[in-house]
Write a protein that binds this ligand. Structure first.
Ligand code: ZN
Length: 248
């Protein structure tokens, strides 16, 4: 708690132009149980929404309690105001697949989300962050945005947004909550669209690709703090696209 107060006080002291309003988007890839048990719980606690990217065939096959969430659990995100985006069907590396398997991964996942959620997805996140010109072209026939892992350090310029390559900042356990908050403040200052990517969340010692639930709680506290003071707006990918380009 003390660390959180220090973090917030530091941020409050940072000079930010009164006109600056950043856009911040929280994204989770994979629809894992930890994202439900910690991610959704903490997001609801801080009144935050984001975008959950689901590998639809894995969700289809998931049983209650599995590592991958069931459709009922994915629908709980949607009921809490989250956007459901596509993360392929089988979580295959798209550039490694023969061309005739791409429709099942790209269009099949869109159809499954439309069927199971009741709203067609507009955003696609490539599994493993792996894509090629050919897979990107194919994705953009069905979706209005593609999210990668890297690019712009996750702070996308609003004036020159490329919906084919929306960059994300992957939050890993070698970062601190203060650093991530600093990125949000920077996004407010230069009025960019910061898109954060989270993978695993754990209550134990986080592995490389994970963050601790305590760290996620601090990051979400900072996100809500900046939003409540009018420095950032927290949006889903769909809402961010609408704010910038008027697309979906
Ligand atoms: Zn993934």
């Amino acid at each position: 708690m003390m660390r959180r107060l220090i973090t917030l006080a530091l941020l409050w002291a940072l000079p930010v132009g009164a006109e600056g309003v950043g856009l911040v988007t929280i994204t989770f890839d994979d629809a894992s149980r930890a994202q439900y048990e910690h991610g959704l719980r903490l997001a609801v606690a801080h009144d935050l929404v984001g975008t959950l990217f689901v590998p639809t065939s894995l969700v289809e096959a998931a049983l209650p309690g599995d590592w991958t969430l069931t459709w009922d659990e994915v629908r709980a995100f949607h009921a809490a105001g989250w956007e459901i985006g596509a993360h392929g069907a089988s979580h295959a590396r798209l550039p490694d697949l023969p061309a005739d398997q791409l429709p099942a991964e790209i269009d099949g996942s869109a159809a499954a989300i439309a069927d199971r959620i009741g709203e067609a997805p507009v955003a696609f996140s490539s599994p493993f962050g792996a894509f090629s010109d050919a897979t990107l072209d194919r994705i953009m026939e069905t979706y209005q945005a593609h999210l990668s892992w890297k690019g712009h350090g996750g702070r996308n310029p609003r004036a020159a947004l490329d919906p084919r390559l929306i960059g994300r900042l992957e939050v890993v356990n070698t970062m601190t909550p203060v650093e991530v908050c600093g990125e949000m403040v920077a996004s407010a200052r230069d009025e960019t669209w910061l898109v954060l990517l989270f993978h695993g969340v754990t209550e134990g010692e986080p592995a490389d690709y994970e963050v601790s639930a305590a760290m996620l709680d601090e990051i979400f506290a900072c996100t809500a703090f900046l939003r409540d003071r009018g420095l950032i707006d927290v949006v889903t990918v769909r809402e961010g696209l609408a704010r910038i380009g008027g697309t979906p």
